[in-house]
Structure formats: C-alpha cells, structure tokens
Design a protein around this ligand. Structure first.
Ligand code: NCW
Length: 447
C-alpha cells in the first residue's frame, strides 16, 4: 500500500495551491521548431553531458502536452508551473515565431479550461545561442533582449497567466554556466560569474517593469535556489567560511533583489571579478516583488580553505542522500525560511521547487518510490512549521511532473513523480504521484 501523506492543516486548505513544475528544455523536444539554445550547443560538446544525450526529443511534450496537462489535472493539482522557451519565441532575425507563441497560448487556454492555475517562468536556462554568440549573459545587451522577449510574451498571454517568474535560479545560470562551466554555455573563470549574475539580475529588473506595464494584475516575482550552508566544525574559521559561501551563492541574489544592495563581499572582490554596475541598475533590480520563489533541495557543509576562503564538503558518509548525492535534510528548509524571514522584509514566499531524484525502476508496471513519498511529506511538514512560526508561504510545487533531461546528468537522474519510459514515451505515475493524488482528492472533498 502506498503511504498516505499527512500534512499540517494549513496546507490542507484548498486556498493553498499545490502544483507541479517542469521546464521547457527539459521536457519539450521538437528542436526543429525553434532556434538553437546554449543547451543544444552544450549537449553537442563531447563530455559535457554524462550520457551524451540532448534535448532533441526529451519527453516529446510538444506533441503530448494535452495528455500531460490531463495528467496534472487528474492527479488533483491546483497549479502547473512551466517555462517558456525563449528560442521558440524570438527568432535570430528579430521577428516572432508565431507557431511557438501559439503553442504556449494553446497550453494556457487548456490550463484555464481545466481550472488549473498557470505559473509561467520566463527563463529556465535556455538562452538563444545567437545571443550567446554575442557574449550571452556577459553582455549587458542580453538583459535588454530579455525585456523585449518578455514584452512579446506578456502581451500574447494576456488574461491567461496567474503568476510570472522572471528567472529560475540565476545562481545556476551564472555560477554553473559562466564560472565553473558545468552547465551551458560551459565558460570557466572567476572573472565571469559575478558579471553574468549582474546582467541576469538586471534582466529580472527590466522584465519586472515590462510585467507591471503589460500584466499589472498578475502576481510577479523571481525564483531563487537556496543551499543553506552549515559550518563543518564549531571553529570560528569554519563559521566564517559558511557565511562566505552563503554570501556568494545565496545572498548575492536575494539581497540585491530585496534591498537594492549587494552583500559587502562586493568590495573585497578583485577588480576583474567585479560586475559592471551602472547607475540605476540596483534600483531596477530592487523592483517590488509580489512573491519570492524559493527552490530548496538540500543543505551543504562548508570548511575554511586558504585558497577560496571556503570549501563545500560532500555529505557525511552516513547521511541519507538522493540519487544526485544531495543530502536529504528537511529541517534546513524550515530554518532557511525562518532565516529569510529574520533577515529581510519578505514578500509572500512560494516554494517553487522541491523534490528529489531516486533510482526509480519500473517493475510489473509500477514504480515504488517510498523515499520520495517520505521526502515530500517531511518537506511539506517543514514548510508548515515555518508557516506556524510566521512565514507567509503561499504555494508549494513539486519538482517535477515528469522524469526529464536533467541537464549535465542527461536522462540518468529521475526527478519525476511520473515515470517516463523514453523508448515508448509512456507516462507511468509513480507511487508518490498516487499518494499526492489521494491527499489532494481528500483535501478537495473536505473543503
Ligand atoms: S540542478 C538543479 N535543479 C534541478 C533541475 O532539474 C531544475 O531545472 C532546477 O530548477 C532540480 O531543480 C533545479 N539545481 C541546481 C542546484 C544547485 C546546485 C549547487 C551546486 C553548488 C556547487
């Protein structure tokens, strides 16, 4: 028997949307219907993606979207979070790909017909390659191009969107993509990371202006990933290292967005690592938000290190970990929310991603994933505890609806609550999906 989910009462109200999330490059496929993105180029680079795969077909969602949305609806979710592929909308020549735009408009109409709320992410890492050819996020012009794309999309989607996110996890785009090179576009150099991050944040600020003009009634904000950093020992040096890691990876993004200032480490960066900040940039980046999106998966331990100031350690040998090797530690989600609440004048918070990769196997037509069921239950309870302590959390999304292209891991890691058989494209709800379905159905009936 699948375990029943027991969730705190506040999460048990229908007024609290529970949804499931995906992103364009990870599920869509249909490479021929759009411009190339940096992820197509990265996938074609030998050794960049572990299984040598690409996003050409992925979950073939472009051809199966109606079934996929029916799945979201039949599982009982209130909301669907997905991203729009920039290279499916804006052609290299500057004109709009009307077929690409129509795809998303049809999707949005179908969501409305089914009574599902639409949470639209405008950038989930698939930058058009033609912009990367001009410097990508190292070029300030990319932020202006993003604002133009957001203008097109937000006009075309008028009336169909419940919530916009400008960017998903700019830390990943900037640090993984331009500093350590493990994600597209694969650039490596300490001199790149903070420059790319600033242009991403600027793009966010410019997009917020566009959204306020074109979609004044839509809830708009940004989605950031947070890795709470814990000192590996009680030493002062390790405590300082954990704070430094937090400043570079978490606060570098949330602080300018919520206060208009970068963390003080800005002033200690070598000149060639400093971002190119123009007058007025931070005011734009600090545009008022309707919500802050928080993606949480894991915590990390940090030790002092003479080279970089901090070193991130692997989880302890006896710690429970996901198939990604990420420690499973739900209390860090509660503590993260409480810390954000203490440190900032927070807007309402949405948990925009939470979930785990498991070594799922299809056996006799079923996928039993009890560890994921427990993970989701424990993390929702952690969210409920933070809410009890005064944090205003207004939505929760599971990552992800489907097993999909897990970036540099290719198709080797399965985050879905629905199993995808990539040979047949068959979707098989895992036990976690069925457990959520039972809870959500009960919740609907009791409200
Ligand atoms: S890799 C990552 N993910 C997964 C991905 O499928 C999704 O598109 C993302 O939004 C699941 O959720 C996010 N996030 C990266 C986490 C940070 C890695 C930290 C490396 C530190 C050195």
């Amino acid at each position: 028997m699948t375990k029943n989910l027991t969730i705190n009462q506040r999460l048990n109200s229908n007024l609290f949307p529970v949804g499931v999330a995906t992103s364009s490059f990870q599920i869509e496929g249909a490479r021929d219907g759009r411009e190339a993105s940096i992820w197509d180029t990265f996938c074609a680079t030998p050794g960049a993606v572990k299984d040598g795969s690409d996003g050409n077909v992925a979950c073939d969602h472009i051809h199966r979207w109606q079934d996929d949305i029916e799945l979201v609806s039949s599982l009982g979710f209130d909301a669907y979070r997905f991203s729009v592929s920039w290279p499916r909308i804006m052609k290299a020549c500057g004109s709009v790909n009307q077929t690409g735009l129509a795809f998303y408009v049809d999707l949005l109409k179908a969501l409305k017909d089914k009574g599902l709320k639409a949470y639209v992410t405008l950038y989930h890492w698939d930058l058009p390659q033609y912009l990367e050819d001009k410097g990508g996020w190292l070029n300030r012009e990319t932020a202006l191009a993003f604002a133009e794309y957001v203008d097109v999309v937000s006009k075309a989607f008028n009336g169909y969107v419940d919530c916009y996110a400008t960017l998903n996890e700019p830390f990943c785009s900037a640090y993984l993509g331009y500093e350590i090179g493990v994600h597209a576009p694969g650039k490596v150099g300490k001199q790149f990371g903070k420059k790319a991050a600033h242009h991403l944040l600027l793009a966010h600020g410019m997009a917020m202006q566009v959204l306020r003009r074109n979609a004044p009634d839509v809830t708009s904000g940004i989605v950031l990933n947070f890795t709470p950093y814990y000192a590996s020992t009680a030493s002062e040096a390790d405590a300082a290292a954990a704070k430094l890691a937090h400043d570079h990876h978490n606060d570098w993004y949330v602080k300018p967005v919520l206060t208009g200032c970068y963390p003080d480490i800005l002033h200690t960066l070598p000149e060639n690592e400093k971002p190119d900040i123009h007058d007025g940039d931070l005011a734009l980046i600090n545009a008022p938000l309707d919500y802050l999106g928080v993606n949480y998966y894991t915590r990390s331990f940090v030790a002092a290190c003479s080279h970089d100031g901090f070193r991130i350690l692997p989880p302890a040998a006896d710690a429970p970990v996901s198939a990604m090797g990420w420690e499973i530690f739900p209390n860090a989600l509660r503590d993260l929310l409480l810390q954000l609440h203490r440190d900032y004048d927070l807007p309402p918070v949405q948990i925009t991603e939470n979930g785990m990769a498991c070594d799922d196997a299809l056996i006799n037509g079923e996928v039993d994933d009890p560890v994921r069921v427990q993970y989701l239950q424990d993390h929702m309870n952690a969210v409920a505890e933070a809410m009890e302590a005064g944090v205003d959390v207004t939505a929760y999304f599971v990552w992800s609806l489907l097993d999909n292209f897990e970036w540099a891991e290719g198709y080797l890691k399965r985050f879905g609550i629905v199993y995808v058989d990539y040979d047949t494209q068959q979707r098989i709800p895992k036990r976690s999906a069925l457990a959520l379905q039972r809870w959500l159905t009960r919740r609907k009936a009791s409200n």
